[in-house]
Design a protein around this ligand. Structure first.
Ligand code: GDP
Ligand code: IMO
Ligand code: MG
Length: 425
């Protein structure tokens, strides 16, 4: 009866997919608890790359049951495309292996149209969303006008709900944003077919998960996005519309906290961000180019070049704080090879003062200058290291300093994208 949570400790893309896949080997159930297909989780096994957006990163192990939790927003069209893509590669995505919470909210075409329209209307203050309809879908949920996955159990009533919702949202699209209306009948017909296909996957997933825990099964909760993108705890308004932090796992899955035994924060050995918003340690120089090119820092979902910079330990300590992290999974340590010296931000200066606490206020964070500590780099390729002692002394010292600054141990160290390229301590 154990539940482990994997949480992004930065602004997303920390390598949660890789770490989840690795830990899934020793899990019975893997459940996503929030977000939607704004997520892009990469799993690399024996040279084969899988990019998962909605399906949990445990799906490659035949013994694992995967759950899309009630805290998610799910685009049925994209879910079916992803399931078909996996099935074509021989992965079993049958209803016995992939459950969809009846409480999850659905992303419909008008959410995507409204996401794009709202971004355009923000002009220079655009948030840089993934334009997947995430914000508008969560807004409908909070406004109690959303359509939940459970409604797909009755495909014809569902189609009627969709048709009426498209007509209502067309008012917004045409009158507020001056756009063309969406074709209500066509969308209703299309989504009725999706309902027929997805209905067998619908489940009361809270009951399923809690019963599994009581039966002694091992649950792995897979976070999407990251702590600094959390709607409440992130750099608002440059955040997503869900709760990637540990509380989101409990609400999004319908679990009590007593089940949680490990809360793993995934952090890169440096920092990245995709989309707009403050980023104190961002590098716009050759070192930044090194991180982007060697680390292949291009978005899994949108292909956008990610912004990159030195590791921000002020932000990392904050992630430990708001999630109660028990440990870290440190990824992409290999990418730092060849950079010397390395830097870690250990504090900020802001308005003439020194700050050691992370200000979760975008305007204030934008005025913060990092205070760096310098550490020695290493030249060696460390991607073949499988034990901590295989790492060069400078890399071991870098990891030790991160552990000291974060106040929690790095129990997993990743030195490459492949499942095996991991040091477990
Ligand atoms: P996620 O959203 O947190 O699952 O992360 P993404 O999959 O969006 O981005 C992480 C990228 O880094 C993917 O391309 C991974 O294959 C890759 N990756 C993960 N861990 C490592 C690592 O330790 N070293 C290197 N070089 N790449 C890694
Ligand atoms: P994974 O799970 C990185 C960012 C977007 C934008 C902001 C809001 O792969 O780590 P949204 O479409 O959610 O309304 O966009 O959040 N964002 C992510 N950045 N990784 C992600 O997911 C992200 N999901 C959303 O770039 O800045
Ligand atoms: Mg990603």
């Amino acid at each position: 009866m154990t539940a482990t949570v994997v949480i992004g400790a930065q602004w997303g893309d920390e390598g949660k997919g890789k770490i989840t896949d690795m830990l899934a080997a020793e899990s019975d159930v893997v459940a996503r608890y929030g977000g939607g297909d704004n997520a892009g989780h990469t799993v690399v096994v024996g040279g084969d790359t899988f990019k998962l957006h909605l399906v949990p990163s445990g799906i490659l192990y035949p013994h694992v049951v995967c759950v899309l939790g009630g805290g998610m927003v799910v685009n049925p069209r994209r879910l079916l495309q992803e399931m078909d893509g996996l099935a074509a590669r021989g992965v079993d995505v049958s209803a016995a292996r992939l459950l969809l919470s009846a409480q999850a909210h659905l992303i419909l075409p008008y959410h995507i149209a409204l996401d794009g329209a709202a971004e355009r209307s923000r002009g220079k203050s655009a948030l840089g969303t993934t334009k997947r309809g995430i914000g508008p879908a969560y807004a409908d949920k909070a406004a109690r006008s959303g359509i939940r996955a459970g409604e797909m159990r009755d495909p014809s009533a569902f189609a009627e709900r969709v048709r009426a919702a498209v007509i209502t949202k067309n008012e917004l699209l045409t009158r507020l944003y001056g756009q063309e209306p969406l074709p209500a009948e066509e969308i209703a017909r299309e989504y009725q077919e999706y309902a027929v296909r997805l209905a067998p996957h619908l489940a009361d997933t809270s009951s399923f998960l809690v019963e599994a825990l009581h039966a002694g099964k091992r649950l792995l909760c897979e976070g999407a996005q990251g702590t600094l993108l959390d709607l409440d705890h992130g750099t608002y308004p440059y955040v997503t519309s869900s709760y990637p932090t540990v509380g989101g796992a409990l609400v999004g899955l319908g679990l009590g906290p007593q089940h949680l035994t490990r809360i793993i924060g995934v952090t890169k050995a440096y920092q990245t961000r995709v989309g707009a918003g403050p980023f104190p340690t961002e590098l716009l120089d050759a070192d930044g180019d090194h991180l982007v090119e060697v680390g292949h820092e291009y978005g899994t979902t949108t292909g956008r070049r990610r912004r990159a910079g030195w590791l921000d330990a002020v932000a990392l300590r904050y992630a430990v704080q708001v999630n109660g992290l028990s440990e870290l999974a440190l990824t992409k340590l290999d990418v730092l090879g060849g950079l010397d010296p390395l830097r870690i931000a250990v504090a900020y200066t802001c308005d003439g003062e020194t700050l050691t606490r992370f200000p979760a206020d975008a305007a204030m964070l934008a005025r913060c200058q990092p205070v760096y500590e310098e550490l020695s780099g290493w030249e060696e390729d460390i991607s073949a290291a499988r034990a901590f002692d295989d790492l060069p002394q400078a890399a071991r010292a870098y990891v030790a300093r991160i552990e000291e600054l974060a106040g929690v141990p790095a129990t997993l160290i990743s030195v490459g994208p492949e499942r095996e390229q991991t040091i477990c301590r």
